[in-house]
Structures are given as structure tokens and as C-alpha cells.
Design a protein around this ligand. Sequence first.
Ligand SMILES: NC(=O)c1ccc[n+]([C@@H]2O[C@H](COP(=O)([O-])OP(=O)(O)OC[C@H]3O[C@@H](n4cnc5c(N)ncnc54)[C@H](O)[C@@H]3O)[C@@H](O)[C@H]2O)c1
Length: 416
Amino acid sequence: MKKKNLGIGIIGGGFIARFHIRSWVGVRNADILGIHDPDRKRAEEACALANSLGVGEAKPYKTITEMAADPAIDALWICAPNYTRVAVMEEIAQAIGTGKAELIGVTCEKPLGRNVAEARKMLELVRKAGLLDGYLENQVFAPAVTRGKEIVWARGAAIAGPPYLARAAEEHSGPHMPWFWEGTLQGGGVLNDMMCHSVEEARFMLTPPGAPRETLIPTSVTAYINCLKWQAPEYAKILSKNSKGKTDYLKRPAEDFARSLVEYKDKKGKISIVETTTSWCYVGAGLRLSLELLGPEYSLQINSLDAGLKVFFSRRVQGKAGEDLVEKQNAEIGLMPVVADEATEYGYIAENRHMVQSFLKGARPEENFSDGLNVTELLMTAYMSAEQGKTVPFPPPGLETFVPAVARGAWNPKKK
Ligand SMILES: NC(=O)c1ccc[n+]([C@@H]2O[C@H](COP(=O)([O-])OP(=O)(O)OC[C@H]3O[C@@H](n4cnc5c(N)ncnc54)[C@H](O)[C@@H]3O)[C@@H](O)[C@H]2O)c1
């Protein structure tokens, strides 16, 4: 008999898990029933949040296998750090393969892997386990993006012709946990961490509504990376302090600025362009997501900091630092934009609704591990281009085994 309601288990109870839990107030037919995190306190805090929001009677599980084996759990959300991806997926596949667990599906946060070999392994493992798979790229579910695409294609592209240029930027002042800053653990710097969003949402905008990903074929990638801020001694010192001396940006930095240009062709040879820029050195109010789409007689623009709600606090209001106004908030006084409902506006609610509804129908989600692998292929080609200082035709030879110098801890722009 088909299930009417899913029990969800989350692997990793940190920052992004809290976003998913908060989004669940807008998700139907599924409850968050379990959290596994090796840090018990984190698991308990995440469970308490789910319970307090009424989105499921969540309890902590000691292992992934134990959580997967509970008949109440039907699907898993992978929200653990990048360096645990393959081991996490191997444990899930093992639990299914040995008959300990029965699941419908699994979803995985971005990036699917730290490089192409890891992302491909994730896809192979999920297929071997016979599970439905969802790739958690929230931005292709953000209401401004999906509604913007709908309108521009229906009114502009239908009359004037398809768009030819999509520009996306994702910028903030740097990640919240030390592991993100380590190329070896994270898989790279800001290019790997944030360009995964930009290349995918921009490609999504250029693809006709309902058309498959293969409608646009990537033909080349041109990219550039540098470390503009965090390698300066005073900033490297902050990273060292935050990581108890582990992160050394004087010797082993990762890029805090990256840009790329991906050229696509359709089957008729028509060219379209994705232009992205990402940084961990943007100090504004907080996280800024911007997107533009340009066509022959129309354009679209989104800037997440052009929020409808703004607040002002005079210099006499010296409150505590927090992230209550906007993600990656940098200030508490002056004129501040507020993203009133981040879980909706960044796309988490629509994303999780889509994943749950797909799993209930027994259908593969529209954004899945194959998309995650394709994104990783583009990002790794971008690293190749940046390392070689030239445009790289796609797909380049050696892509399957390529590991960027940043991810090997062997990159240092100051030593060029
Ligand atoms: N979609 C987005 O915009 C977005 C935003 C932030 C993070 N992410 C992604 O989500 C993932 C997690 O990032 P985060 O910001 O929550 O990191 P985080 O460090 O805040 O939280 C990660 C949690 O995972 C736990 N953990 C460590 N090893 C684990 C393991 N083997 N199994 C289960 N849990 C484990 C940690 O104890 C921690 O509580 C990353 O892959 C990141 O790229 C996506």
C-alpha cells in the first residue's frame, strides 16, 4: 500500500539542518522523526527545534544504520559536512543492501561530492541501493526564481525569443564553521561552496520550462580564482583563532573570490552564457543572492537584500551580534534589510515539498543526484580553467580523477 505520510531522518544536525527543520512548517505529508549527529548535543538541539515547531516528534539516533532501520523512517536528508559524504552514503547503501533498512529515498545537500569521483560514487551508491534521489539545490526552488522564470518565458521568450545570458552571484563575508575554510575538507574554497548554487540556478533560468537539462549542452568553461581578503595577515589570524590554530591561510589558503563563464549550445547551435561571481569577502548587510536574466526584449533581476522589510537602529542601540535579520548578518545598527521568511525566500520550503511529494509518488525528484554530478563536473572544469589560466573545452580530459590544487592543500596565489 502506498504511504500517505513520510517519516524523515536528518543526518547532521547543524546549520543547514536547522533551516530544513524551520522550513518544515510549510511541508505537508511528512514529519521529521529522527536526527543523527555524532555530536549528541547538536542532535538533541535539532530534535528540540523540530518538536517545538510541531514538525515531528524527532528523537536522536546513535548511528545512521539505527535510524535507517527504524520502520518509522522512510527517507533520509544528508546534511553532514562535505568530507563525510561518501562514508554517509556507503552506510545507507550498506544498511539497505544487508536488509537492515527499507527506505524510499534519500536527499543530499550541495555539493554532491568534493570532486567528480565522489559525486559519481554518490550516484552509483544511490542507484545500487535502489533509492529515489534528490539533490538539495534550494535556489532553483526559490519563489522569485521559479515565478520569475515562469513569467519571463511565458511573456518575453514566447514573443521575443529565448534568453541568452544568465548572471548569478552568491556572496557573503565567510562561512560559519572552520571546516568550510579548509580546502581539503570542503573540496575547495568559495567556488566549490557557493558557485554550485549560481551555475545551477542560472542554467535553470536559461532552460525552457519543462525541458530536460540536456537541452543546453555545456561547451566550455572560463574561470578565475583568487584570495583577496582572508590571506592578509590580520584576517588569516582570525581564521587561525576560530579553528584553534588549524586553519593556516598564510600557507594553505582557499579562494575567497571566484568567477566563471560557462558557454552552452542548444541542439541548433544557439549559444547562451552563464556568468557567475561568488565571494566570501563581501561585507554588506548579510548574504546577498543576485540573479539576472537577459533576453532580446526583456530582462529580470533579483537581489535578496532588496527586502521589503527594513529596520533602523540608531547608534545608541548597541545590541548583541546575531543572525536574526538575515543569514550571515554583519551588523545590528543602521538601516538593515530583513529577509522576513528565509526558509521560503531561499527556496527550502518548495524544495522540501517537492522532494516529499516526489517520494510519495514514487517518482525521481526533478533535481536529483545526476544534476548534482553535472554541477560538480562544471565546478571542477572551472578549477581546471583557473589553474591553467585559459578557457577549457567541456568536458575536459582527466575530469573524472581531477582534484583541484585548493582541495589538495597545494594552492597559494602569493607563491605564483
Ligand atoms: N543549501 C545551502 O545553501 C547550504 C547552506 C549551508 C550548508 N549547506 C551544506 O550542508 C552541509 C552541512 O553544512 P552546515 O552548514 O550545516 O555545517 P555545520 O558544521 O553547521 O553542521 C554539520 C553537522 O554535521 C555533524 N556531523 C559531522 N560529521 C557527521 C557525520 N559523519 N554524520 C552525521 N553528522 C555529522 C556535525 O556534528 C554538525 O552538527 C554541507 O554539505 C554544506 O555544504 C548548504
